[in-house]
Design a protein around this ligand. Structure first.
Ligand code: UGA
Length: 450
């Protein structure tokens, strides 16, 4: 089956790269000419572990190509994955204009039968609109379209592994043959029949993925419902952390024991400065807007969002309590990305914290292993450092804002010696409090006893 991907953002590149890695021939299209030229020259515009090796290998074997013209992506394809962005509008709803534009392009350039797969995160009922747009704009041709919803559950930083070793593949269809075509596309992954570029033949044992066939509306709901539930879990842990701080308890001890109950599960209970990224903050908003329009007041989601926003105020209050005045203070920041193993800073809590520190007159000396290039354009006033040690030199406080594993390995004794005042605020509960205090730090974290 010949596969095309429309949209070479993060989801498109991971989808295209992984489908090529499991043996398909893939054409990736993007309307951004510069991005396409870069990709043709082997430049992957995002940092995502394993993605560059995967794409380079597929290019070497002639299984992936990059084009800028939608006609080239559509004419020979049997299956077309729509992976364009659906950014938030001012009112929180998803902007679907890119999807509509792509639908028009597919409709006018197609001949024969095409499977059109909605991979972008979209509100429920987008499939219906997509089908209508394909029919309306394709009425002059002999093209026939089967629309499928196939949400992605990839996590940035581990998306290649997530794509190749999913727990479930959800396909929303309104005719069974479309589901069979999707099963064909995913067969190497369902049967684990590919050379895994991540584990190189030594994939850890796990259950075979579920292949879940639903209606298109249910499939679209599954995506939003899953992301929102995970966001709820995080906000629950964060609110519990507040309670631990007030009443004397340790959030790590509480969530650890809670997570041992398989009905609760240990994941997404890490308290800290809140969730960021391009998915949870926008998806939770889009989901409650959608519910509102359907006449359902999904207050639970609004609360989760409110609790999340409060994290930053709460953390900065702690910083202020310790520092007294922020104006004129030198603050070291470790971590800019919204989570480790990515260079993505969209809706990153670290950036909002930096914005407020600068507004209050502090000077910020920041370091992140991957995300500095993307932050520089947004925050030119920040002093970007070569490493954590440079950022700590002369600092009145150090704020740890992304839990990169390499931060655990830093020589903290050396950092202590470099700082003017050894005040450490750990927004991700990454470090061991007793160890930091033993080194002489005044150490504060989230929901753990000070
Ligand atoms: C999220 C979902 O986990 C994916 O399943 C989904 O496919 C993706 O959104 C998407 O819709 O594209 P992602 O945003 O890449 O993935 O990252 P997560 O690992 O979910 O983390 C999101 C945010 O929550 C990060 O800021 C992270 O630091 C925060 N988080 C996560 C916590 O604060 N506590 C936790 O316990 C877990």
């Amino acid at each position: 089956m010949r596969i095309s991907i429309i949209g070479c953002g993060y989801v498109g590149l991971v989808t295209g790269g992984c489908l090529a890695a499991v043996g398909h021939r893939v054409t990736c299209m993007d309307s951004d000419g510069e991005r396409v030229r870069g990709l043709m020259g082997g430049h992957i515009p995002i940092y995502e572990p394993h993605l560059d090796e995967l794409v380079a290998a597929a290019r070497g074997e002639g299984r992936i190509e990059f084009v800028g013209d939608i006609r080239l992506a559509v004419e020979n394809a049997d299956a077309i994955f729509i992976c364009v962005g659906t950014p938030p509008l001012e009112n929180g709803e998803a902007d679907l204009s890119a999807i509509e534009m792509v639908a028009r392009g597919i409709a006018t350039q197609s001949r024969g039968s095409k499977l059109v797969i909605e991979k972008s995160t979209v509100p429920v009922r987008t499939g219906e609109q997509l089908r209508r747009a394909l029919q309306v704009y394709g009425r002059a041709s002999d093209a026939r379209f089967q629309v499928v919803s196939n949400p992605e559950f990839l996590r940035e930083g581990s998306s290649v592994c997530d794509f190749l070793h999913p727990d479930r593949i959800v396909v929303g269809v309104d005719e069974p043959p479309a589901a069979e075509k999707m099963r064909e596309i995913y067969r190497p992954i369902l049967e684990r029949n590919f050379n895994c570029p991540v584990h190189r033949g030594a994939c850890p044992p796990s259950d075979a993925p579920h292949f879940v066939v639903t209606s298109i509306n249910s499939s679209e709901l599954i995506k939003h419902a899953s992301n929102s539930f995970l966001a709820l879990k995080i906000s629950y842990a964060n609110q519990l952390a507040d309670l631990c701080e007030r009443l004397g308890g340790d959030i790590e001890e509480v969530t650890r024991a809670m997570g041992m109950d398989p009905r609760i599960g240990p994941q997404f209970l890490r308290a800290g400065i809140g969730f960021g990224g391009f998915c949870f903050p926008k998806d939770i908003q889009a989901f409650y807007r959608l519910a509102e329009r359907a006449g359902v007041d999904f207050m639970l989601l609004k609360e989760a969002e409110r609790i999340n926003k409060e994290r930053i105020d709460h953390f900065l209050e702690k910083a202020k309590r310790a520092l007294w005045v922020l104006k004129g203070k030198q603050v070291a920041v470790l971590g800019l990305a919204f989570k480790p193993h990515t260079d993505d800073t969209r809706f990153a809590p670290a950036l909002e914290i930096i914005r407020r520190l600068l507004a209050e007159g502090a000077s910020v000396h920041a370091y992140d292993p991957q995300a500095m290039r993307k932050t520089q354009a947004l925050y030119p006033a920040v002093h970007y450092c070569l490493d954590a040690y440079e950022s700590a030199t002369g600092a009145d406080a150090l704020l740890l804002l992304t839990e990169w594993p390499e931060f655990v390995e830093l020589d903290w004794k050396r950092i202590h010696g470099l700082m003017v005042r050894p005040l450490l605020l750990d927004g991700r509960n990454l470090l061991v409090p007793a160890k930091m205090r033993e080194l002489g730090f005044e150490y504060h974290s989230v929901g753990r006893p000070d």
